[in-house]
Design a protein around this ligand. Structure first.
Ligand code: SAH
Ligand code: SF4
Length: 340
């Protein structure tokens, strides 16, 4: 919600200054979604507000839970009718991660990703980003009395192509006076936007950075992540090295394994040497993601291949996780979000 406008409106109506804080607390701490859910406000003020302000910038069209109950997908409609998706993932018992979108579509157009296939429709506003959190957190509280433990900007879109709105949303989410999640529980995933990686290190040194790498040969990466044509691997290596030097933080390397493309033994060796050329292995966690079907020509490698790749990376000295593919039965897994 536009709190500046609200502040001016309340002043004009002769309301005391604490009204603004009442609304803020109701919206951010208690997840009020309508004016009637803020009984602390005088009824007459609520009526006037109803005509002037909407608390949320999006409507929930659909809420879909996966069979195992470990993934919940939300379909939201924005004011202009465009649709976005947000996913709650239960990776550790009672610890929910919220995967948030930053754009409608994505301009990077990775050919294996459902979001990228349609290109970019538009950027989301800071409110549209934060309201995904409010809607999902409110649902989780009402239905299971659980909290959102972490936020990952890994939904639809390339967060660093919408840096200003992303930054404002992170400030709202981490401000103790507002939502108050710790910066360490916020992660941003990028396809490799070099200038923004350095900027992020300065602006949000306590947040986590995830880099979607997928290949360590420029030819292949140009095809898989077209942003590589703008920021090739050599530039990316320097930016990640600077990021680590500036923040002393580990970087999460996302690597989607696709059959016959990037999952061979020699490619594991290449991945290891590329990472080692950037920084010591202790600065990386390699997240291996098995390709989720999105309708293209790509295929997931066989399970044992994924294990072999993971085993090799461990032998090379890296911390490795194989991402559980939660939510694929509701098309809520990595890369499957299309806002349908
Ligand atoms: N644009 C950002 C964040 C959103 S994409 C980025 O690319 O990092 C989130 C993650 O899902 C990325 O790591 C992306 O590579 C991965 N992904 C995309 N399509 C996928 C698919 N079909 N299967 C598995 N992971 C996929
Ligand atoms: Fe965009 Fe990320 Fe999908 Fe690539 S993987 S098209 S960068 S959302």
């Amino acid at each position: 919600m536009d709190f500046k406008k609200l502040s001016a409106f309340l002043k004009e109506k002769g309301q005391p200054a604490f009204r603004l804080k009442q609304v803020r607390d109701a919206v951010y701490k208690n997840f009020a979604a309508s004016w009637d859910e803020i009984p602390a406000l005088p009824a007459a003020v609520r009526e006037e507000l109803k005509g002037e302000f909407r608390i949320h910038s999006l409507d929930t069209l659909k809420t879909q839970a996966g069979k195992k109950g470990d993934a919940i997908k939300f379909l939201f409609e924005l004011k202009d009718g465009l649709k976005i998706e947000t996913v709650l993932l239960n990776l550790i018992p009672e610890k929910w991660s919220l995967c948030i979108s930053t754009q409608v579509g994505c301009p990077v157009r990775c050919p294996f990703c459902a979001t990228g296939r349609k290109g970019l429709k538009r950027n989301l506003s800071p409110d549209e980003i934060v309201d995904q959190y409010l809607a999902a957190a409110s649902y989780l509280k009402k239905t299971r009395n659980h909290k959102v433990a972490s936020v990952i900007f890994m939904g639809m879109g390339e967060p660093f192509y919408n840096y200003e709105s992303l930054g404002e949303a992170i400030r709202t989410i981490t401000d103790p006076e507002l939502i108050g999640l710790g910066q360490r529980h916020v992660s941003v995933s990028t396809a490799g936007h070099v200038p923004a990686i350095r900027r992020f290190a300065k602006d949000f040194p306590q947040c986590n950075l995830a880099l979607s790498l997928h290949a360590t040969e420029d030819d292949l990466r140009n095809d898989l992540v077209p942003l590589n044509r703008t920021y090739p691997l050599s530039q990316l290596a320097k930016a990640v090295n600077d990021y680590i030097a500036m923040t002393k933080r580990r970087v999460f390397i996302e690597y989607v394994l696709m059959d016959g493309l990037n999952s061979s033994r020699s490619q594991a060796a290449r991945l290891s040497s590329w990472l080692r050329s950037v920084a010591a292995p202790k600065y990386f966690t390699v997240n291996l993601i098995t390709y989720n079907r999105t309708g293209g020509p790509y295929r997931a490698p066989a399970k044992d291949r994924v294990q072999v790749f993971a085993g090799l990376m461990e032998e090379y000295g890296f911390e490795v996780t194989i991402r559980k593919s939660l939510g694929s039965d509701i098309e809520g897994a990595c890369g499957q979000l299309a806002g349908k």
